[in-house]
Write a protein that binds this ligand. Structure first.
Ligand SMILES: [Fe+2]
Length: 273
């Protein structure tokens, strides 16, 4: 068994407008994340991108990410696995990001069909599931996606499997966000069953949290665009900040570390969203 260094970037919310309504500048957050990886001379084996890549699904934003990953000295050789979030547009992401990734894993279907994919790094399998419902902010796994997962898991991977999807199957402590999580998480738990899935990793909430789905750990990654305050239970309250996650996969176990990033305090300047 080998060891694998994964870096997870989530909720990039890139926009051609350069600034979100809240005042956050998502391209700057992403640049800080990439600079942090490069500044520490990390050479991740895998980059996980867990959705909400383009705030309005713009093709130019997917191309922007593909170009940034390809030109990053630290990430240029890494395997990139990406899944869409509720802000993304499947057809644009398929054409302008997934098709442009070097050694890209591709994805199921065509056009606006769900973007499910499987990648291997050594003996470690990464399955990316499309949990989006076009036109909605909440998530669900379509019957075809659950079938795809069940079929793939009938064949175990030598070093086990990491599952990535945008919508967490656990509730955020922020009530409005919890209502927009993954519907019917029990269907996902049932599909995983007693398979080799070692970790489920997600985005969507814009704050780090962790929990369990049955016996499988669930990680929710922070966003690179802006964070949400998990102490604010009744309303989704954006706060300045950003984060990435490093995931060290070793034979003896998996360790996920949230890395806070120093970004300008746009939200404090602009006021609440
Ligand atoms: Fe998001």
């Amino acid at each position: 068994m080998g060891s694998h260094l994964l870096v997870q970037l989530s909720d990039l919310h890139l926009t051609s407008a350069k600034r979100l309504r809240s005042g956050a500048e998502p391209a700057t957050g992403l640049a800080v994340a990439l600079a942090a990886i490069e500044g520490h001379a990390l050479r991740p084996d895998v980059v996980l991108v867990s959705g909400d890549i383009a705030d309005r699904g713009e093709a130019s934003c997917y191309r922007e990410l593909a170009d940034l990953l390809a030109s990053s000295p630290a990430l240029a050789g890494a395997l990139v696995v990406a899944t869409p979030g509720n802000h993304d547009r499947r057809s644009a992401m398929r054409e302008h990001l997934l098709a442009r990734l070097p050694g890209g894993t591709g994805a199921t279907g065509t056009g606006d069909e769900p973007l499910n994919s499987v990648a291997l790094h050594g003996g470690l399998r990464i399955i990316a599931l499309d949990s989006t419902i076009p036109g909605e902010d909440a998530g669900a796994l379509a019957p075809a996606t659950l079938r795809f997962l069940r079929d793939e898991l009938t064949r175990p991977a030598r070093e086990g499997t990491i599952l990535m999807l945008h919508h967490p199957p656990i509730d955020s402590p922020i009530e409005p966000m919890a209502r927009l999580g993954l519907r019917e998480p029990e269907a996902l738990a049932d599909a995983i069953g007693a398979s080799d899935v070692r970790l489920i990793t997600c985005g969507h909430a814009h704050h780090h949290c962790q929990g369990m789905l049955g016996s499988v750990p669930v990680l929710v990654a922070p966003a690179t665009a802006y964070l949400a305050d998990p102490l604010s239970a009744r309303e989704f309250r954006p706060v300045s900040g950003a984060g990435l996650t490093r995931i060290d996969v070793r034979e003896q176990g998996i360790v996920a570390s949230m890395v806070p990033l120093q970004v300008p305090a746009w939200l404090d300047r602009a006021g609440p969203a």
